[in-house]
Design a protein around this ligand. Sequence first.
Ligand code: SF4
Length: 659
Amino acid sequence: LKIILAEYSGFCFGVEKAISTSINVVEKSKNKVYSLGPLIHNNQVINKLKEKGLNIIEDINEANNGKVIIRSHGVPLDVLLRAKENNIEIIDATCPFVKKIQHKVKEYYEQGFQIVIIGNPDHPEVIGINGWCNNSAYIINSEKDVNTMPAYKKVCVVAQTTATREKFEKLSQMVAQKCEKAEIFNTICNATKLRQNACEEVAKIVDAMIVIGGYHSSNTQKLVEISKKHCKNTFHIETASELPINKLLKYDKIGITAGASTPDWIIKEVIERMNEHNKNTMDDILESLENSFINIRPGDIVTGTVISVNEDEVIVNVGYKSDGIIKKDELTNDTTTKPKEIVKEGDKIEVFIVKLDDGEGNLILSKRKADEIKGWKNIENSYLNQEFVNAKVIEIVNGGVIALVKGIKGFIPMSHLSIGYVKDPKKFLGQSLDVRIIEFNKDKKRLVLSRKLVEEEEQKKKTDKLWNQIEIGQKIKGTVKKVTDFGAFVDIGGIDGLIHISELSWNRVNHPSEIVNEGDEAEVIILDFDRKKKRVSLGLKQVKPHPWENITEKYQVGDEITGAVIKLTSFGAFIEIEPGIVGLAHISQISNEHISKPSDKLKIGDTVKAKILDIKSEEKKISLSLKDFDEEPSEEYMQYINNQDEEITIKDILNSKDK
Ligand code: SF4
């Protein structure tokens, strides 16, 4: 016969705490001690406590000048208020996990949420929770209950701590589908989850299962349910005396599990009774009972599994008899992140044991401390190996910023934040930067960092590479950094080059700002460079073809063009056909009438039509004529031309015009 004891069998820490509190109070109190309802669902334990002097009452008003212990299931809020009104001393042994649900329910009820509890409506824990939302909760225990539930606008869903995971998932999903908004909280106690999982594992591999626990114990009934699913030979007993020995003898492998309200001594009794027929030694079994929880001490660093994460804390199972709590400020030094951004359910994390019991039976853990201890070691290695480390800026302080490196707070002075001038360090908040460690003192917990040194190294690498790559004639992109009277400085990737004013455009430029402005992106050509003197000459106009290139393909003699008069001289007018291409209309080609100077007919800025008379591409010359587009000569003028023999003077013409 082989006996396998499922892990996490027996008292959970909530029950253990309630029992030990009661024994303590009963033994020390001079007055009567009451428990409001049976302390746990286990008659044997209750009887023992009664023998010690504990009285069970059903209503708080029955307490007569004594102390009242609130059991781990908790009570409705009005019970506590009534006790206060009547000056009844309360010893509150409500399990911290149940208390958490009560407070959550109250919080959401006050925000106008309809509270939905997944659980048995007759169970004292559920009755107690309902009392924290003015008994207004909708309690569901089956799919049918969800179907008949009204479709509320916004609901807050919690579960009885002993509900099964399957039931919680199924029903909460149905509620979420039915209601517009559903805030769902998995409040199943981890002790329950662990016990149920362990029961399931053992039930799968044995021939018969013994479930020990009170017949009225909800969590024991759940274990029976789970066990039966995987092992049809499941026996539910309360004490060793109920063991069906004869039936059990025909099996080779028997599993044992026990509910949260089953004390160790009952489990031991059952094992002892079985042991009479068991080849295993008693010691082995008892040892496995003792070893089901790990041994830890404050100051230890252990690995645990994240069970749940909310805004204020993270619950971690480290294999101890109670789950550990990491408060939000013990999670990380990074105050800019939320717990859910750091860990998620199922993550394996290292934690520092702060306290085994905070007075409420909670194991108190710190991830921040575990990270710090590991972090100093890692940073020391990076410092000695002169490696970059990654730092996340989390806070602006006087003279610089605080950045987190491997969980440790370091300081980056303002002068080391960047290679350039930093006007407002706020823009670095939340950024992750590679930094160099410039001061490291583990004993004084001093860590000083520099981003500037990293940027300088990166800059140097970049410019060294660029100097080795650039060639005359190469096209390169850059950003205009500064515009002066004589040209513009352009950053071509860590190196500043100069475009002289004469290299900005094929046209005449009065000031560089006519062509470029600071911040402009531009493609330039490297005209020349000197690696030693670190000088680069750039050209902008060269990126575009010279306007005279292929001029004869663009324009032919006889073409009509439109241009702007840009200069007038005594011998003709210069007309710009396109940027960089200027033609000359000789004075004799400006008008059909005689003019003494071009300005008689034209002024600078006029837009004119002209015909191309000649193109000399080598000399970059185009001759134009405006005559075809000028008005016909006046009658007087023609008469003057025809009667030149009759000696009519210009004066005569002008006089005749005046008349
Ligand atoms: S089963 Fe969980 S919630 Fe219930 S008393 Fe035990 S520890 Fe608390």
